[in-house]
Design a protein around this ligand. Structure first.
Ligand code: SF4
Ligand code: SF4
Length: 437
């Protein structure tokens, strides 16, 4: 069984990182921006006209070699649709494993599971599952946008894909791969329950927000029941990514990663976002013993407070410090997919230590890949480097710290979301209630 930091060298490396005010590194490599799906919430959908790019194999290998030298622990291969280039993807996963990267992740929109009634469906899926099982891949996600199959299939443009996923999951489980359902939070998540709600109400609009909150809480519940029934044992939620684009005064963001859009399906006001985080926290609390849920309660609660009180309630993001994004279009490195004005050039030429001086605390978006681990490591760095500040925070809001401790217990009970192991429901059930409200 793989456990985080189980060997001595890893523990030493972790402490050395923490002592230097650093946390284990993470790199998101966008292999391609090509895609075959129709998602309205994404700027890379197949109908969008722009010049498509794919990173060269030599560059990806060089990036992986550099990441390994820098002690990066987590590498995610994303797209576009990375499975359009399965052979290359498999080669990169193996290469990263051989280079010493421990946490390797990738995912799909599920196009290979569409039309499950077609000839050789099972043998095709089995071949993919066997191929992935022969790699050190740790987490494999499959996107699901709605608890209503027809809504998801229409959004993705993938006919019968839900039935195909249901058929495919046992085949993956047989090979020791436990895929995660990846929910990109959007207004269709609950089908009609959330679809008709008015868009972008303000924090003061109490009537709307009351029904919004109730509808999304029900929708998340429905979604979790749905994916459990499909056979998933793990879920990740991608937080709403409606962002403030760069304004004349220089504030706002400039995305390089086109996995967002201005579509009303994924646009939420600050008040709505706060309630989404609250609804998600309460629902994940309810389902934590039934399915492995990545979203940490402390992170959801911190984001809720950030939107309600407009404070620096959450810990700053480690994007541009320990976490980076490589863009398929130019092959360059960015602090994340959304700070496109800060091009750090080639990853192998980048002096990570020199960046400390130019990066400010950032809380400008809700990209869970970067925000969740930043939040989980926040109190640890705080304890080591600003213990008085941590004590102050502790007495100001003990609820937050209760959630944080429960998250750590839950992450341990889930073997840090090892997607190569089945869930241990006994341990998950004993890891503590997570309620904050
Ligand atoms: S969300 Fe993913 S699958 Fe959908 S269009 Fe964008 S890259 Fe493709
Ligand atoms: S919060 Fe993190 S992911 Fe979001 S813009 Fe800032 S550095 Fe990037």
């Amino acid at each position: 069984m793989i456990k985080p930091y189980e060997n001595f060298n890893q523990i030493v490396a972790l402490f050395s990182d923490l002592r230097c005010n650093r946390i284990p590194g993470q790199l998101v490599i966008q292999l391609t921006d090509r895609c075959n799906a129709f998602c309205p919430q994404c700027g890379m959908r197949v109908t969008k006209k722009f010049k498509r790019s794919t990173l060269s194999a030599d560059n990806v290998k060089r990036i992986i070699d550099t990441a390994a030298q820098k002690g990066v622990n987590v590498v995610s291969f994303t797209g576009g649709e990375p499975f359009l280039f399965l052979d290359q993807l498999v080669m990169f996963i193996k290469y990263a494993g051989e280079a010493g990267i421990e946490y390797i992740r990738t995912g799909t929109n599920g196009f290979m599971f569409a039309n499950p009634g077609s000839a050789h469906f099972e043998s095709r899926v089995k071949k993919v599952a066997e191929t992935l099982a022969g790699t050190p891949l740790r987490n494999f996600w499959i996107s699901i946008d709605s608890a209503v199959p027809s809504v998801h299939e229409q959004m993705r443009g993938l006919p019968d894909v839900i039935a195909g996923i249901e058929k495919a999951l046992p085949i993956f489980h047989e090979q020791g791969i436990y895929p995660s359902a990846n929910l990109g939070i959007n207004r269709n998540v609950g089908g009609n329950m959330t679809k008709g709600l008015r868009v972008n109400a303000t924090l003061e609009d109490d009537d709307h927000l009351g029904s919004f909150y109730i509808a999304f809480k029900k929708a998340f519940r429905k979604f979790y029941c749905f994916v459990i029934k499909l056979g998933f044992t793990m879920v990740n939620s991608c937080y709403p990514m409606s962002i403030d684009h760069k304004k004349k005064d220089g504030s706002g963001l400039s995305p390089v990663y086109a996995a967002n859009s201005n579509s009303s399906i994924v646009s939420f006001s600050a008040g709505e976002k706060a309630l989404l985080f609250k609804a998600l926290l309460e629902t994940t609390t309810e389902f934590r013993s039934q399915i492995r849920l990545f979203s940490p309660g402390s992170s959801l609660y911190a984001l809720y407070r950030q939107y309600v009180y407009d404070t620096n309630a959450s810990y700053p993001c480690r994007g541009g410090i320990d976490f980076f994004f490589i863009d398929a279009k130019d092959g360059n490195t960015y602090p994340c997919g959304y700070r496109g004005n800060e091009n750090f050039g080639r990853y192998w030429d980048m002096d990570t230590n020199a960046l400390d001086r130019i990066i400010n605390d950032c809380r400008l978006c809700n990209w869970e890949c970067f925000r969740d681990p930043s939040e989980l490591f926040g109190p640890i760095l705080n304890a080591l480097h600003q213990p008085v500040d941590l004590m102050r925070k502790f007495f100001r809001d003990t609820k937050y710290f209760k959630l944080w401790f429960n998250d750590i217990r839950y992450y341990l009970a889930c073997d840090f979301f090892n997607g190569r192991l089945p869930p241990d429901f006994n341990r998950m059930g004993m890891s503590g209630k997570n309620s904050a409200f």
